[in-house]
Ligand binder design. Structure first.
Ligand SMILES: Nc1ncnc2c1ncn2[C@@H]1O[C@H](COP(=O)(O)OP(=O)(O)O)[C@@H](O)[C@H]1O
Ligand SMILES: [Mg+2]
Length: 362
């Protein structure tokens, strides 16, 4: 669901497309994306118009286009952006940046990527990391970032939300959700408050691991698929130099919906995913050992979903709460299995550490 209301009318879209040398025939608003997205039929073909959220600057949008072009030039399946007659990739409209790209036929998934597509998901992440190895990107989620984490500040954030459940919950009507929902929120917040206090012991895992220019939000909804193949990897708006293992583990969990409905984390299946990745980009033993801790460190801190449900009461608060429940279930399961995941990944993949076999793009 788009995060903001669109500032575009069909007429304005027609005028914008003229700048791109395109003649509009029909517009269809697409029901997905955090940006406002449109399928555009033109006399010249089919296109995809993206109206970025107001907090995305022209520089950020241009960065997305530049990375995408860099990859496309190297035969990586990426989007093809159009340029205006003046040679610009973006235009501005009422404080929003707009870009236009060729329409890619296929379907995207949310957290329900079919199992057969998981190896493809791992493969393109590996290729992506191999191709972007020397691409300049700002570093994030690094040793300094981990070091600056203050457990007590995070605990206070969860405490404030707990108070909201306890105070308003006692007064009933004030809060959305039935008694079971509120009890579950309370249990989750209590767990997360304690979890963030345990995080400092894992700060050291951010040292000596591989940081790589990366997508930054690599999940199933950024893959346009056609049957059992990935046709394109899209949406590089969040690209950054990040721990490779964070993007690997997050993409596996979020794309395939791991741990949903209380399902246990399948370590053997995850090892297969990492093995597929390692055919294209190398990891070290240290990376494999650090993986669950780096992932958990980042995920644990978030109160996203609970705050929107309890405090800001956002329009889609029920969906956001479901998402929050799922992410906390992931935290519980990964924390429970962290030692096993770390050990099994090392045992099974030690022999391929440091080797990237192919890196070739079909
Ligand atoms: N070039 C394209 N052709 C067809 N559909 C696309 C294209 N680019 C994106 N989409 C669809 O639009 C959705 C949102 O686009 P995306 O670039 O990921 O923006 P957002 O920042 O909103 O996530 C994608 O999940 C995908 O389903
Ligand atoms: Mg996206």
């Amino acid at each position: 669901m788009a995060l903001e209301k669109s500032v575009l009318t069909d007429n304005r879209i027609r005028e914008i497309l003229q700048q791109y040398g395109l003649t509009l025939l029909a517009v269809r608003r697409l029901p997905f994306g955090s940006a406002n997205c449109f399928e555009i039929r033109c006399a010249e073909g089919r296109f995809f118009l993206k109206e970025y959220q107001s907090d995305i600057s022209r520089g950020e949008a241009e960065r997305e286009v530049a990375v995408t072009e860099y990859l496309a030039k190297r035969n990586f399946p990426a989007a093809r952006f159009r340029k205006t007659a003046a040679g610009d990739v973006c235009v501005s409209e009422n404080g929003h940046i707009i870009s236009v790209q060729e329409y890619i036929e296929g379907r995207t998934y949310l957290n329900d990527l079919p199992k057969e597509l998981l190896p493809e998901c791992a493969k393109y992440l590996g290729m992506l990391h191999a191709l972007l190895r020397d691409y300049p990107m700002e570093k994030g989620m690094d040793e300094a970032w981990a070091e600056s984490f203050a457990a007590e500040d995070a605990a206070v954030k969860f405490d404030a939300l707990l108070k909201a459940v306890e105070t308003d919950g006692g007064a009933s009507e004030e809060l959305p959700g039935d008694a079971d929902t509120l009890a579950r929120i309370r249990a989750d917040l209590l767990y997360k408050k304690e979890l963030v206090r345990r995080l400092p012991q894992w700060k050291h895992w951010f040292e000596g691991i591989t940081y790589t220019p990366s997508h930054g939000d690599y999940t199933a909804c950024q893959l346009v698929c056609d049957g059992n193949r990935v046709r394109a990897v899209i949406d590089f708006a969040a690209c950054k130099c990040l721990p490779a293992v964070w993007e690997i583990m997050r993409s596996y969990i979020q794309s395939g919906g791991a741990c949903k409905g209380g399902a246990p984390f399948d370590t053997a299946d995850f090892v297969n995913y990492v093995r597929e990745y390692m055919k294209y980009a190398p990891l070290t033993e240290r990376d494999l050992a650090a993986m669950p801790y780096v992932y958990l460190f980042q995920l644990s801190r978030s109160s996203y979903g609970y705050k929107e449900f309890l405090v800001t009461k956002t329009e889609n608060k029920d969906d956001l709460l479901r998402f929050a429940f799922w992410r906390t279930a992931i935290c519980r399961e990964i924390e429970r299995k962290a030692e096993e995941i770390s050990r099994v990944c090392q045992e099974r993949l030690r022999s391929v550490c440091g080797i990237a076999f192919s890196g070739e793009v079909r």
